[in-house]
Write a protein that binds this ligand. Structure first.
Ligand code: GLY
Length: 605
């Protein structure tokens, strides 16, 4: 079954069962405490926890979707049969059910067996099942056990696991979660480790593929790590699209299906090498290019921060691996074009944004091409000494653009280790030196010195104004506005943010009003030093989060009267002490920066 047919079968099946098909949400999630969307349920979180009403917004409590997801956690595993950075999740939801209105465990289990067995024709005798055994004060899921048995499944095919394997969520530190019951598929002994105790969740082999995860979402994880009951029960399910397709096609992995084959074949032609002789390298390259195409399609640009850093990291990693298999220069573009061809039917925006996507990738390739070769030589020199300490890794990062993770990966290949802590120290020291350098620049005498001082103060003011602008945009547009870039000089600030449509005159006015109102209130700007993790938990926005050292500064603009804060951002500063120092804020331009990204230029008068 090819991917197009599987997509259609899945959505048609659930539509016929009364589910509303909801389009995939963006890879940039609404919940800004996580960088990228990692699960199908993320866009439904407010409905699952009943802070939004599912009937009001969708007209039904039964939903289905094919969701774009991206995970970097297992990036080192990419190259094997089952791991990917970008992937798609098929899912169905029954939200906020009560006895008559929605299905729960019984319904979810029956529907899943119907789809896998009757629609896809998978053999029932190859299925294994898991249930939650009860742990951490949450009881064993006896109900699911009984339902599976009622469906004719024998006891020895139903295995119990604890929190680690059979409890799902939340995707952030807090939020809806619950015990789950899974359907695994036995691919046969040829995929196995041969051990007596081999079975679902075997840590040695991939014989048993987890196909479908049925989450019975009844809990909410709180800040203190404890669970409370959600106000309602929900069903949340997830099937990894790639692995289901591989099983249906009876292929070892998705790389041998139509989702990847044209790209793999193109790599064979360009490198004059055979896929089977270099499987992991071919797979990493094709996975990372697919991931890059999807990130670029969201309007993300390679950078040293946040999502941009992830994009940079996978593109640069693909380029390094490309060298290992002799891919010629500029290979990213033909492979990206193949990837777009594969996905443009289901994601038409890939076609319409093709030029933007390719230009983003091309620019990064050109940029890194210049330093990659030299950096690799430098790395070899350093590795010969038998050590890559943090300052050397920083040198590779700062001079040759090697992401730390890439240096670490190359070090592992040489059985060496990189000390992350001393990398961070070198990073901070460098920032410190740059700051002193910048301060020194403001030296000089007389009028020149005064002018420089004035410019310095103007930059500081605009810096604080930028934090207020970010806050105001989120307030005024009620959209998941994300900072995508920022540039400040003594004349003006320039702020790029994710938003798909042009701002109206009213919206621009509203943003100005919100900023000016906060300026007038003479709010205090407070600076605190804390652990990066603690800062994120406290709700601080972190444009530079991925590359932040362990300890960071958080700037909070406080509204003491209301015992609340208006803006909280991780930021190196400096900032003004009180907002009244800013004067009057004015937007002078609002324009498109690139696909899905708007740009505002503003001044203080
Ligand atoms: N939310 C269920 C899953 O992603 O497996």
């Amino acid at each position: 079954m090819i991917s197009r047919v599987l997509r259609r079968e899945f959505l048609d099946f659930f539509e016929k069962k009364g589910h509303k098909v909801v389009p995939s949400s963006s890879l940039l999630p609404l919940d800004t405490s996580v960088l990228l969307t990692t699960a199908g349920m993320q866009q439904f979180t407010p409905y699952l926890s009943n802070t939004k009403n599912v009937l009001e917004d969708f007209g039904t409590r039964h939903l289905t979707s094919i969701q774009k997801c991206f995970r970097t956690l297992d990036i080192e595993e990419v190259g094997d049969d089952t791991h990917h950075t970008f992937f798609e999740m098929l899912g169905n939801w029954s939200i906020g059910l009560d006895q008559d209105k929605g299905y729960f465990k019984q319904g979810a289990i029956e529907i899943a067996l119907d789809f896998l067995g009757n629609i896809l024709g998978l053999e029932k005798n190859k299925f294994w099942f898991t249930i939650f055994k009860g742990e951490a004060g949450i009881p064993k899921d006896k109900e699911s056990l009984e339902i599976w048995q009622e469906q004719g499944i024998s006891q020895e095919r139903i295995i119990e696991f604890g929190i680690k394997d059979n409890f799902w969520g939340p995707t952030a530190d807090t939020g809806p979660c619950g015990p789950c019951s899974e359907i695994h598929y036995d691919r046969g002994p040829q995929y196995g480790c041969g051990n007596q105790d081999c079975g679902p969740n075997c840590e040695r082999c991939k014989r048993f593929v987890e196909l479908w995860n049925l989450v019975f979402m009844e809990y909410n994880k709180k800040k203190d790590g404890c669970f409370s009951k959600l106000p309602q029960s929900n069903v949340d399910t997830g099937i990894g699209f790639e692995r289901l397709l591989a099983v249906l096609e009876n292929k070892p992995s998705a790389y041998e299906t139509d989702l990847f084959l044209p790209v793999i074949q193109k790599i064979e032609v360009l490198s004059a090498k055979n896929y089977n002789s270099q499987k992991p390298n071919f797979r990493i390259i094709s996975d990372h290019i697919r991931g890059a195409v999807f990130l670029a399609a969201e309007g993300i640009f390679p950078s040293n921060t946040n999502q941009g850093y992830i994009l940079r990291r996978i593109l640069r990693r693909a380029m390094r691996i490309g060298k290992l298999i002799n891919l010629p220069r500029n290979f990213l573009i033909p492979l990206s074009q193949e990837t777009i061809k594969i996905y443009q039917e289901f994601y038409p925006e890939h076609k319409t944004k093709q030029a933007d996507i390719l230009s983003i990738i091309q620019k990064e390739e050109t940029k890194f091409e210049k330093t990659l070769e030299q950096g690799l030589k430098e790395f070899e020199k350093l590795a010969c000494k038998g050590e890559i300490d943090g300052s050397m890794a920083f040198h590779l990062y700062n001079t040759y653009g090697f992401p730390l993770e890439m240096t670490e990966e190359m070090a592992v290949e040489k059985k060496l280790k990189v000390d992350k802590k001393s990398f961070e120290q070198a990073f901070i020291k460098h920032q410190e030196i740059s700051r002193i350098g910048a301060t020194k620049k403001f030296g000089g005498t007389g009028a020149e010195q005064i002018k420089d001082e004035e410019q310095k103060i103007a930059v500081i003011k605009l810096h604080t104004a930028t934090h207020l602008l970010y806050y105001a945009l989120r307030e005024a547009l009620k959209d998941n506005v994300r900072q995508m870039g920022c540039d400040i000089n003594s004349e003006r600030l320039r702020f790029d943010f994710s938003h798909s449509v042009k701002l109206t005159q009213d919206e621009i006015k509203k943003v100005e009003q919100i900023v000016n109102q906060r300026i007038k209130q003479d709010l205090e700007v407070e600076k605190q030093e804390m652990e990066c993790g603690e800062a994120i938990k406290s709700g601080a926005l972190a444009f530079f989060r991925e590359k932040y050292p362990e300890r960071v500064f958080v700037y909070t603009i406080r509204d003491k009267k209301n015992k609340d804060w208006v803006s909280k951002e991780i930021c190196a500063g400096p900032h003004v002490k009180r907002t009244s120092e800013l004067g009057c804020f004015k937007i002078i331009k609002e324009q498109s920066s690139s696909a899905g990204i708007r740009r505002i230029k503003a001044i203080l008068i």
